[in-house]
Design a protein around this ligand. Structure first.
Ligand code: GDP
Length: 444
């Protein structure tokens, strides 16, 4: 899956050789390839367009990290955007509702609905210890109910006894009733499909929905579905309202664009993927893993991540040097405060250090808390560049302006200046012998 995308992106890498910031021309050239590759992977045109627009927005003008080639930078941006588009975190089936929780499976005929129903039932039974009941609502295909019964036997999951002549809605009601009486935690309704979307199918789904009040409505779709994927997802979502997607045949050699398209069009999470015909061939969907697979360039992504870390380290070293030379201005203080917030604020930093609980209380008592740091950052960002570089020029009128701009008062500004002066002095005194090492050192 996605081989052509990998090949194409590979050629982007060699194409971009400039340094510094990504130019519009660089990005456009790369995105032409990305666009072509996504279309070849059967991603819907609209989806491709909005995807490349977003990448372009982020990429043009983006600084290229030292030691990274522009092409690598674009790959990283494409990767992150793919992950964002596929939905960041995996989302499990939600069973947070009074039992029996009704899960309704919808989709076209042959998409793998019945197989997936049994796979999910098996998983909930074995992994979560749930008592599950499955019911086939497919009265059109004679063998459908029997197929589910057999899968139930195979997976040791209960199925609703077959009663000839009942309508799908009747079966749905009976299933929910039986689940209530039988003390089942979950009841999974395997609805009938059609070879294509039509009005009677949608009407039937809507009716079943009303009758059974499902907590989850999962659209099962074949990942090999090409350009139809968008229509399929949009129709089911608009008419029936889906809560998630299950993509089957992810083990096949399809072009895989359906995943991107359906997620993008519905905004609903891909919850699970089917990776084979066997009952255990069902996996959670991890957007990052899939994006890595799409790009096949995990090493480049981690290379860029590492470069970003190195930049942080270099910045820290430069800061330490600055501190020791006594040139620690308010810009640097703001940097340090920002860094601290990135590390999860006071609580985060203290949490990383053993035995710091008591210290944290003492600091809180002295008013040294995250709120204060945030106010201090606000004060500094209300200053002009000149003021930050040289706090000595801060006289009464300037302070008044800054207080108004940051929603603080002169006393608080004075407190900040005093703290900064103390830190700068201390750092100067430490200069030479100490290894520098950031604000926490100065504070403790
Ligand atoms: P339904 O008509 O939507 O209920 O589809 P079925 O559940 O009957 O599945 C149709 C065919 O697809 C069966 O032969 C399944 O074994 C097969 N199938 C379902 N899911 C997958 C999958 O994830 N991978 C593969 N390779 N085959 C699958």
């Amino acid at each position: 899956m996605f081989e052509s995308l990998q090949e194409r992106l590979g050629s982007i890498l060699n194409g971009l050789t400039g340094r510094g910031a990504l130019s519009e021309a660089d990005v456009s050239a790369a995105l032409r390839e990305v666009r072509r590759a996504l279309l070849e992977a059967d991603v819907a045109l609209d989806v491709v367009r909005s995807f490349t627009d977003r990448v372009r927005e982020q990429a043009v003008g983006a600084a290229v990290l030292k030691s990274i080639k522009p092409g690598q930078m674009v790959v990283k941006i494409v990767h992150d955007e793919l992950v964002a588009m596929l939905g960041e975190e995996g989302v499990p089936i939600d069973l947070n509702a009074p039992a029996p929780v009704v899960v309704m499976m919808v989709g076209l005929q042959g998409s793998g609905k019945t197989t997936t129903t049994a796979k999910i039932a098996r998983r909930l039974t074995e992994r979560q210890g749930k008592k599950v009941l499955m019911a086939s609502l497919d009265t059109r295909r004679p063998a459908a109910q029997e197929q589910l019964r057999q899968l139930g036997e195979q997976t040791k999951v209960a199925t609703l006894p077959i009663v000839a002549g009942q309508s799908p809605v009747d079966i749905a009601r009976r299933a929910v009733q039986a689940a209530k009486l039988g003390g089942h935690d979950v009841v999974i309704l395997d609805t009938a499909g059609r070879t294509h979307i039509d009005e009677p199918l949608m009407a039937e789904m809507a009716e079943i929905r009303t009758a059974s009040n499902p907590h989850e409505i999962l659209l099962v779709a074949d990942s090999l579905t090409g350009q139809d994927a968008v229509n399929l997802a949009r129709n089911f979502d608009e008419r029936v309202g889906i809560t998630g997607l299950v993509l089957t045949r992810m083990d096949g050699d399809g072009r895989g664009g359906a995943a991107l398209s359906m997620r993008a069009v519905t905004g609903k999470p891909i919850k699970l993927i089917g990776t084979g015909e066997k009952m255990d061939a069902l996996e959670e969907f991890y957007p990052k893993r899939i994006a890595d697979r799409i790009l096949g360039m995990g090493d480049i992504v981690s290379l860029v991540e590492k470069a970003a870390e190195t930049i942080d380290a270099e910045k820290a070293a430069a800061m330490a040097k600055k501190m020791q030379s006594g040139k620690f201005d308010l810009n640097d203080l703001a940097d340090q405060l920002g860094q601290m917030q990135k590390m999860g604020g006071m609580g985060g930093i203290m949490g990383m250090m053993p035995g710091m609980g008591k210290m944290k209380d003492q600091m809180a008592a002295a008013g040294l808390d995250d709120k204060m740091f945030r106010r201090q950052l606000a004060i500094i960002s209300s200053m002009t560049k000149a003021e930050r570089a040289n706090p000595d020029i801060l006289k009464h009128s300037r302070k008044k302006r800054i207080a108004a701009g940051s929603g603080t008062d002169a006393a608080e500004i004075n407190k900040l200046l005093k703290m900064h002066r103390g830190m700068a002095d201390m750092m100067k005194a430490m200069g030479g012998k100490g290894k520098g090492g950031g604000m926490m050192r100065g504070l403790m």
